[in-house]
Design a protein around this ligand. Structure first.
Ligand SMILES: Cc1cc2nc3c(=O)[nH]c(=O)nc-3n(C[C@H](O)[C@H](O)[C@H](O)COP(=O)(O)O)c2cc1C
Length: 153
């Protein structure tokens, strides 16, 4: 069964809602044949990346770039997965208080190095919290899982 790995940093109530929305979308009842694994970045690493068939990354923007937790995940995973996981379908959501572009750029450059394949453009959830943010993340995760289920990723 294909596996979707969700690696999401969630240090606040809002970002926990985003991670829950991602899991809800990926586990949509119509999607039957996809295994979903949800992990905080500090608790996952190259073994989980090697074992997955698509990856959804979620992070806050802190001090102009991705969270230290997601950066640490990449620091530990980059070389161990570099050869094996080229072409891995990926997507990203960023919760940013006011910007998000630095995080987007930083993750894009790592994804380019890893030769992962963007399934959708990065989703930047910027500014004041909006109820619709969770729906957007839910849809993004659902699209990834549905693509895996249909064998088109
Ligand atoms: C130390 C720190 C640095 C931050 N730096 C940025 C930043 O550079 N750009 C930005 O858009 N938001 C920044 N933020 C805001 C966070 O992205 C935001 O608080 C986080 O995504 C949680 O969102 P929430 O308040 O909706 O839970 C920062 C927050 C903290 C605590």
């Amino acid at each position: 069964m294909p596996r979707l790995l969700i690696v999401a940093h969630a240090p606040s109530p809002n970002t926990r809602r985003l991670r829950e929305a991602a899991e809800r979308g990926a586990r949509h009842p119509d999607i039957e044949d996809v295994e979903v694994v949800v992990m905080p970045p500090l608790e996952t690493g190259p073994e989980d990346v090697r074992a997955c068939d698509a990856i959804l990354l979620g992070t806050t923007e802190n001090l102009g770039t991705m969270s230290g937790a997601l950066k640490d995940f990449f620091d530990r995973s980059y070389y161990p997965v570099l050869e094996e996981q080229q072409g891995l379908p990926c997507a990203l959501y960023v919760r940013a208080g006011h910007d998000g572009t630095g995080t987007r750029r930083a993750v894009e450059s790592i994804v380019t190095g890893l030769r992962w394949k963007w399934v959708q453009a990065p989703l930047i959830l910027r500014g004041e919290w909006q109820e619709g943010f969770a729906n957007q993340v839910e849809e993004l995760a659902m699209a990834l899982a549905a693509g895996l289920d249909a064998g088109i990723l």
